[in-house]
Write a protein that binds this ligand. Sequence first.
Ligand SMILES: NC(=O)c1ccc[n+]([C@@H]2O[C@H](COP(=O)([O-])OP(=O)(O)OC[C@H]3O[C@@H](n4cnc5c(N)ncnc54)[C@H](OP(=O)(O)O)[C@@H]3O)[C@@H](O)[C@H]2O)c1
Length: 256
Amino acid sequence: MDFGLTGKRAVVVGASKGLGGASAVALAMEGAEVIALSRSGTLPDGLAPEVAARMSARALDLADEAAVAAFCDEIRADPVQILVNNCGGPPAGPARGQTREAWRKAFESMAMPMFALTDAALDGMVAAGWGRIVTIGSSGIEVPIPGLVLSNGVRGAIAGWSKTLAAEVAAHSVTVNMVLPGRIATDRLAQLDAIRARNSGQDMAAVEAEARATIPAGRYGRPEEFGAVVAFLCSQQASYVTGSMIRVDGGATRSH
Ligand SMILES: NC(=O)c1ccc[n+]([C@@H]2O[C@H](COP(=O)([O-])OP(=O)(O)OC[C@H]3O[C@@H](n4cnc5c(N)ncnc54)[C@H](OP(=O)(O)O)[C@@H]3O)[C@@H](O)[C@H]2O)c1
């Protein structure tokens, strides 16, 4: 199936590795010209030359408000057709006792840059009558993950924003969706498993086995399985999918 993305310009945030990296690669494999943002300003490892040729890396720290504003000006001046929102995961921790500063920092480095980048990208999308906004979330939006309150809380706000926005721009053929990862094998997941191992006194193999046992598919997901879903949501074919939250979790979320 041709997703009809040849020559579309895409910005993918947090795209030097992990879920954003896999999403950027999937879009480039479909022919999109991808700008991959991250603090390091690097492309994912191991790219095929023809995929690398369609990707460019830019250094941008989402926590740097001025840098985000400058990049927003750039995409207002030179529009993109696809925006994949993503961010680094916030520190783990319980709901009780979080400081005001911790909440402020999480909101400012996760939600605020997404809102700003999306507003900037939407100007060109609405004017052109075509656009795709995909935001990477977490299964914690549907079933809060114990010990990850900053992620659960801020992403809840992002989910409300995404759904509201979808209805505002649907008539312009701009779709706005979220993709919710369960447990996809990335550096971030390995870090969280290491924290669980430390806190529980188990070794990593035991922590991973315990986690796998909660997933009907019996394994962690691969980043490329996640990226493929993002690419589909950006495709021409997904034109009537908007305001949705699509799980990529191997069946782990046990609600409808
Ligand atoms: N993996 C999962 O199963 C899973 C499940 C639920 C939710 N999530 C969430 O999905 C998001 C992506 O997860 P991941 O597993 O792909 O994480 P990851 O492997 O740690 O990758 C994070 C990416 O974001 C970039 N990044 C981090 N902080 C940034 C910042 N301040 N400004 C710009 N770029 C930044 C990183 O590059 P640099 O370090 O170069 O900046 C990297 O490219 C996270 O928010 C995570 O919490 C993941």
